[in-house]
Design a protein around this ligand. Structure first.
Ligand SMILES: Nc1ncnc2c1ncn2[C@@H]1O[C@H](COP(=O)(O)OP(=O)(O)OP(=O)(O)O)[C@@H](O)[C@H]1O
Length: 628
């Protein structure tokens, strides 16, 4: 068998699936015990989504259930009256009032049923919308580092795909459950009135069906958990085959056939698993149906016995048969709704687990605010590791940065520059040591207040699928700029103005091929937009992480001049591999394997002849060689 191309075959399953797997393997009793909490959650979400619609849906469902129950009682009464002894005309006359009630009840039920269904279809999207909004609101403020946790990211994806959808399904199951419970109550009362043993007989006959359907649901859920990582790999493989960003390289590398084979291989594994589980489920259902058939037979045998020993008068026998049929179908309906609710509740767990994990990874707002424009930023013996990594990305980092300084972070790939910049700006929190602004530890102030004061220009800036104007304005959407002068300034300083000038609709051009009439930019052009966004943000602490790596020489020079012109009232952290750009920095910090190995001004570091001097010599030699 060929080696897997996308991910690995034995992918580690997320931790959160362990708890779910226990649920999937638990017995019928635990299943039923878990239902009230699922019910509570869905009803409370529904209540939050819309109180009037929740009340209306409940009232209509209860009323329709009541009408059905009433109809069932009337039906049994009609049969009992018709099949009693005496002249036919008398029996028909005696059955007439019950027959009228039966017709009225069924008409009422039809009307109320339609109204309840219409109300449910209004309520369901409202509840899904509320659940979706709750997830998006919670996730939008979660700590940045949480996105480096692959388990969390997978949970989020599953929650949005399966969790929220199943909340909507649960709304319908709850309504169905409510109305079938009414039917059941009516059937139990009717059969119980005929003979107290009858409802017990019905209950026993339906039990195998309950066992079979909950078992099948658990098997399905366990299989879903087992195939999670394969499904993920399948969707990655599908994206690689169909995405615009990989289309060119896939063709140039002639990687298409291999990727297609990989896609087919994973798909086959998933289909095999589905087939296996379906077979298993069919077997379980067959056993359930068989046992229910035996139970029903036993029920009728017991009825015969009751007739035989005279406990049940012969005149009531047909009424009892009707009541038994009704009770059995009502119980079946109740159980199928409980089962649907149970099946959905397994997936609802994804939703609640995600919200719990998100809450645990989100700092509550604090009253203490970060200094408006820190005069001194200091890091004291800071260490940091990425989630799930045993190695520290940064170790024992201590440094001081003064307002007005431009500090350059340099070093080899993976030495920790970007990570350090995120710690300085409070986007990541240290595992050890402290980061403080003007002596205030960032862990003691409100995260939002720190974010208000920072700006981040990335090597690969976010490509917002918005107009060019909004791609710059999103740097600080609430910044007053009624005549667009600040925006024009940022665009001019970054070189983005030249890019915009070449667009058909100028600043109004949508920068995304996902939309009709939209267009994309080159890597360097996007960087200019990214720098414009950073300048427009006007933050006192600005991080520029290889902001010009894809720019042409002239554009790069212009950007560095603009950054220098920003003045003494802010702090700039600059990350770059092109050492020519850091000559003027007030402080150059050289990182290697997560540690600071040197720091100082350009001349001092050159004179010291250390790591920085060596890197500089390599770059200079490359330039000299090409000139010679
Ligand atoms: N999301 C992540 N999860 C796990 N490890 C990471 C993650 N991001 C970075 N690392 C690791 O942390 C270390 C520091 O990475 P960082 O991105 O800070 O380096 P860098 O100096 O900015 O590199 P480059 O010059 O290539 O941009 C590296 O060993 C890297 O492999």
């Amino acid at each position: 068998m060929s080696e897997p191309l996308v991910g690995v075959d034995a992918m580690v399953e997320p931790n959160w699936t362990r708890q779910d797997r226990q649920v999937a393997e638990s017995g019928l009793w635990r299943t039923l015990l878990a239902l009230p909490s699922a019910l509570r959650m869905v009803i409370s979400l529904s209540w939050q989504a819309s109180r009037p619609h929740t009340v209306l849906a409940a009232v209509l469902t209860v009323a329709s259930g009541g009408a059905t129950a009433f109809g069932l009682i009337a039906t049994t009464t009609v049969f009992t009256s018709l099949l009693e002894s005496g002249p036919t005309a008398d029996r028909v006359l005696a059955a007439l009032p019950a027959a009228v009630s039966m017709v009225v009840a069924f008409i009422l039920r039809a009307l109320l049923d339609s109204a309840a269904t219409a109300e449910q279809s209004i309520l369901r999207p409202l509840v899904e919308k509320a659940a979706n909004e709750r997830v998006h609101r919670a996730v939008s403020t979660v700590d940045l580092i949480t996105f480096e946790d692959a388990e969390y990211v997978e949970l989020l994806r599953q929650c949005l795909q399966m969790g929220v959808r199943n909340i909507g399904t649960s709304v319908q199951s709850i309504s169905g459950l409510l109305s079938s419970m009414f039917n059941l109550a009516a059937a139990v009362v009717t059969s119980g009135l005929l003979h107290p043993v009858l409802p017990i007989l019905v209950l026993v006959s339906v039990l195998p069906q309950v066992w079979a359907s909950t078992r099948a649901a658990r098997l399905g859920f366990a299989s879903y958990l087992r195939t999670l990582s394969r499904m993920r790999r399948l969707s990655v493989a599908s994206q690689l085959l169909t995405d615009r960003t990989t289309a060119a390289e896939m063709r140039a590398c002639t990687a298409g056939p291999a990727l297609l084979a990989e896609y087919r291989r994973i798909n086959t594994q998933i289909a095999d698993e589905a087939r296996r589980v379906d077979l298993h489920k069919t077997g379980i259902r067959l056993i359930g149906r068989g046992a229910t058939g035996v139970g029903t037979g036993a029920c009728y045998l017991a009825l015969g016995f009751l007739l035989y020993n005279g406990s049940l008068p012969l005149g009531l026998a047909s009424g009892a048969v009707v009541a038994l049929r009704l009770a059995s179908s009502a119980l079946g309906g109740t159980m199928s709704n409980i089962n649907a609710l149970y099946e959905s509740s397994l997936y609802l767990d994804l939703y609640t687990t995600l919200l719990d994990k998100t809450a645990a990874a989100t700092r509550p707002p604090l009253a203490a605010q970060a200094p408006a424009n820190p005069a001194v930023i200091s890091l004291d013996h800071v260490a940091f590791s990425y989630p799930g990594q045993s190695d520290e990305a940064l170790r024992d980092i201590s440094l001081t940065i003064l307002r007005g300084q431009t500090v350059a972070l340099v070093g080899e790939n993976g030495s920790g520059k970007s990570t350090l910049a995120k710690l300085i700006t409070g986007l990541y929190r240290p595992a050890d040591g402290s980061v403080s602004w003007d002596g205030v530890d960032l862990s003691d102030v409100d995260d939002g207040s720190v974010r208000q004061r920072i700006g981040l220009v990335m090597q690969e800036p976010a490509r917002w699928p918005m107009t060019a104007r909004d791609n710059i304005r999103i740097g600080r959407l609430d910044r007053p700029d009624p005549h667009g002068e600040l925006l024009a300034w940022a665009a001019a300083e970054s070189g983005a103005a030249d890019v915009v000038a070449g667009l058909d609709l100028g600043l109004d051009t949508v920068l995304s091929r996902q939309f009709e009439g939209g267009r994309d930019l080159s890597g360097g052009q996007w960087q200019r937009i990214g720098v414009a966004r950073g300048l427009y943000r006007d933050a006192p602490v600005l991080v520029a992480d290889e902001p010009t790596a894809a720019m042409d020489a002239r554009a790069e020079q212009a950007v560095f001049e603009s950054l220098r012109r920003l003045g003494d009232d802010r702090t700039t952290i600059l990350i770059t591999h092109r050492l020519a750009n850091v000559r003027h920095a007030d402080q150059i910090i050289v990182l290697s394997a997560g540690r600071i190995v040197e720091s100082g001004r350009h001349d001092d570091l050159v004179a010291a002849g250390g790591e920085y001097a060596q890197m500089l010599a390599i770059q200079a030699a490359a330039f000299t060689d090409s000139v010679v």
